[in-house]
Structure formats: structure tokens, C-alpha cells
Design a protein around this ligand. Structure first.
Ligand SMILES: Nc1ncnc2c1ncn2[C@@H]1O[C@H](COP(=O)(O)OP(=O)(O)OP(=O)(O)O)[C@@H](O)[C@H]1O
Ligand SMILES: [Mg+2]
Length: 233
């Protein structure tokens, strides 16, 4: 029946009353204050805000790298704060890919070997590892550069390798903290285009932090942070 075909939207990330404070000497810094947020599967979200507004703190909490001071984070149906360390690692490995401003590629490994690493840790055998890594590098337009070492690649190319590495496990969520921060404006736009293509082709949910307003466009949902709070639209 037609009326039964109306699909419910499916949140892949939910934050409820999320707060984070850091203790710094005798001071308490309230980096995030009562964040309520719902992100649907397949969304492309840009998080913007001034330096110190809490963007990295939010990304690190969503990545399971940093515990919140209070509140709840539910990722793909699992409440992060209730998971054992092993279960949290598994969720991170299988569901979440992370890209940082610094590309963090292993300098002694080629592009292909860098992308293979997460599969190696997972115990995937060599032939399948190579094939999967090669495929994702092709998708990211690096077909002819897979045997290059990081120093033989431009900044934009290195970041694309880092994105390939973050996605090689078929992660459903890609968290990117200033992924274009080290790139010039042309390369920055290229990376955003690549992210958009991945978002559409693979239905990966993308959350990208940026302070570069020129990278924002109407295809993204924009969330503004100010002093640790979401600015109402
Ligand atoms: N480990 C820490 N210990 C103490 N204070 C911290 C720590 N990390 C961040 N902060 C503080 O928390 C607030 C939010 O920091 P955060 O790094 O999340 O901001 P940001 O929006 O990512 O900034 P930027 O654009 O400069 O990267 C800032 O006031 C910062 O000084
Ligand atoms: Mg930051």
C-alpha cells in the first residue's frame, strides 16, 4: 500500500544533552554545552564555528575518542558510553572513518600500502586487501599514483589517500576535522567535491568541520557552533 511506503528517516547519529568540560589547572572549560543533534543516514553535514567553539571536541566525542562529561551519544543504534572498550573499538573500526587536517600517512609506505593498513589489522588476506585498497583509490581518482610514497604526492592527493584509508573498511560514517585546512583553495574545493561524490555514490554519512565559509554550499546541512552551543537556525 502506498501509505505504508512512507519511510521513516533513520538517524545514524544522535546526541542528547551532550556536554564536555575540560579541567585546565584550577579552571573548568565548558567546551560543549547541552548539544542535541540528530544526523540522518546519508547526510552531508558541515560544522562551522570560530576557533575554540568546540568543533574538534564534538568530532572526537562522535568518534568515540573522547568521553563526554554528560549526555548520550547513539551511533548506529549503540549508546557509546555504555559500550565496553572492546565493543567501542569494534564500532569505531567497522562504522567510523576519521580524517584529520594533518594527513597522518605512514611515510615509509606507498599510497596502496597506507590504504591497506586497516584491512591488515582486521586480518584480511593479502590479495583481497590489495584489491579492495586499489578499488577505493581508483574511486578517489588516484589510479596512477597507488605506488607513490606520500612525499611523491601533492597535499590534495595525500588527503585523498587518507580519505581512502578512512573508507576502506566500508565505514558508514566519515568524520573529517578540517580536512582541507592544509590545502590551497583549489585543492580544498577538490576535496569537498570528492567527499560529496562519496557521500552520493556510497551513501556515506559525512560530517566535515571547516572554518572556510567558501566551501559551504546548499547540498550541505550547516551546523554552527558558538561557545560550545549550536546556534539556532
Ligand atoms: N585537552 C584540552 N584541555 C583543556 N582545554 C581544552 C582541551 N581541548 C580543547 N580545549 C578547550 O576547549 C574549547 C574547545 O576546543 P576545540 O578544540 O573543540 O575547538 P575548535 O572549535 O576545534 O577550535 P579550532 O578551530 O581552533 O580547531 C577551547 O576553549 C579549548 O581551549
Ligand atoms: Mg579544532
Amino acid at each position: 500500500m502506498v501509505e505504508n511506503e512512507v519511510k521513516e528517516s533513520k538517524p545514524i547519529i544522535r546526541c542528547k544533552n551532550l556536554s564536555k568540560s575540560y579541567i585546565f589547572g584550577s579552571e573548568q572549560i565548558h567546551a560543549l554545552k547541552n548539544i542535541n543533534l540528530e544526523i540522518q543516514e546519508g547526510e552531508f553535514v558541515a560544522i562551522v564555528g570560530k576557533s575554540g567553539s568546540g568543533k574538534t571536541t564534538l568530532i572526537n566525542i562522535l568518534a568515540g575518542l573522547l568521553p563526554p562529561s554528560s549526555g548520550e551519544i547513539i551511533i548506529a543504534g549503540q549508546t557509546l558510553t555504555r559500550l565496553t572498550p572492546d565493543k567501542l573499538s569494534l564500532l569505531r573500526r567497522e562504522t567510523i572513518g576519521i580524517v584529520f587536517q594533518m594527513f597522518n600517512l605512514h611515510p615509509g609506505l606507498t599510497a596502496l600500502e597506507n590504504v591497506e593498513l586497516p584491512l591488515l589489522f582486521k586480518g584480511v588476506e593479502k590479495v583481497r586487501r590489495r584489491e579492495t585498497a586499489r578499488k577505493i583509490l581508483h574511486t578517489l581518482g588516484l589510479k596512477d599514483l597507488i605506488d607513490n610514497y606520500p612525499y611523491e604526492l601533492s597535499g590534495g592527493e595525500q588527503q585523498r589517500v587518507a580519505i581512502a584509508r578512512a573508507l576502506v573498511n566500508e565505514s558508514k560514517i566519515l568524520l573529517a576535522d578540517e580536512p582541507t585546512g592544509n590545502l590551497n583553495s583549489i585543492l580544498a574545493h577538490e576535496i569537498v567535491t570528492v567527499l560529496k561524490e562519496i557521500n552520493q555514490a556510497k551513501k556515506v554519512t559525512i560530517i566535515m568541520v571547516t572554518h572556510n565559509e567558501s566551501l559551504l554550499n546548499k547540498d550541505m546541512r550547516i551546523i554552527r557552533l558558538k561557545d560550545g552551543e549550536i546556534v539556532p537556525q
